[in-house]
Design a protein around this ligand. Structure first.
Ligand code: OOG
Ligand code: MG
Length: 260
């Protein structure tokens, strides 16, 4: 028996975020929390946000690259929700006073031109629904102490979603080789990491297909106009006051995130 419910878990995570108070993993207190129930917590949490006036603007994938999976000790990709309140306009500093322990990671981002609904979506059919490809940066901010969690914990926590920054240059997918698209991650002008799109499930289009097929299992689809953040290509780096983190891509331009 447990006193935990999906409602109570969603409240606990929203409360941790609002108070900027990190907490222990849910699974410490709710060891039976399984993945299915964790997605229910995630959905509940996002319904609360929508009830408070936010709008869903897309999805993010998490743990699609080995770099991210190894760091977290978790070996499966997951999906989570993005709302308009999470979108940080390019050039605006990360509001450190609203976050717990934010980290930044470079991502390849799709903007959808058409609805994409699984099952059976392949990388090729997924790309056909894409209007433009952008570089991006995600600011993750786990509500769990030291980013320590098991897979159901991070799913419930909406995959640590906090802010997303979309690069301003949109490139049509035709003519891009997203597996070869490279990214240099720089902190205060120094290269600290690099990766290509192949780090993300072999190709970010595979991650997009994965998202469509995973959502279909819950009878959900990716909608036209939505953003899809395909997952960090490198390990995420902490963003602190005054620090400048730039992700520079081969064909997709660059995006810079600065700590306020
Ligand atoms: C989970 C979120 C990971 C990504 O792109 O892999 C993620 C976490 O590491 O806190 O957003
Ligand atoms: Mg991410």
């Amino acid at each position: 028996m447990t006193d935990w419910t999906t409602d109570r878990a969603a409240d606990a995570l929203l409360d941790a975020e609002a108070r900027r108070a990190d907490r222990g993993p849910l699974t410490d207190e709710w060891p039976d929390l399984d993945l299915r129930t964790a997605y229910e917590v995630q959905d509940r949490l996002v319904s609360r946000r929508v009830g408070a006036g936010e709008e869903v603007v897309g999805v993010k994938l998490g743990l699609t690259s080995r770099a991210e999976q190894q760091r977290m000790g978790v070996d499966a990709p997951l999906t989570a929700w993005l709302t308009d309140a999470m979108v940080l306009p390019a050039g605006e500093p990360v509001p450190l006073d609203e976050l717990i322990h934010p980290r930044v990671e470079p991502e390849i981002v799709f903007v959808l031109g058409r609805r994409l609904r699984g099952p059976g979506v392949t990388a090729a059919t997924a790309l056909a629904a894409v209007e433009s490809v952008h570089c991006g940066a995600e600011v993750i901010d786990s509500r769990y102490t030291d980013f320590r969690f098991a897979l159901p914990d991070v799913v419930a926590d909406n995959a640590s979603a906090a802010r997303v920054v979309l690069g301003s240059t949109g490139v049509p997918p035709a003519g891009l080789d997203l597996a070869l698209e490279a990214c240099l991650l720089q902190v205060d002008g120094e290269v600290v990491d690099s990766a290509t799109g192949a780090a993300v499930q072999g190709n970010p289009a595979e991650a997009l297909a994965l998202a469509a097929n995973a959502l279909a299992e819950r009878d959900l689809a990716l909608e036209p106009g939505w953003l899809v953040f395909t997952g960090g290509m490198t390990d995420a780096v902490p963003v602190t006051s005054g620090k400048q983190i730039t992700a520079e891509f081969t064909r997709l331009g660059s995006v810079t995130v600065t700590g306020s």
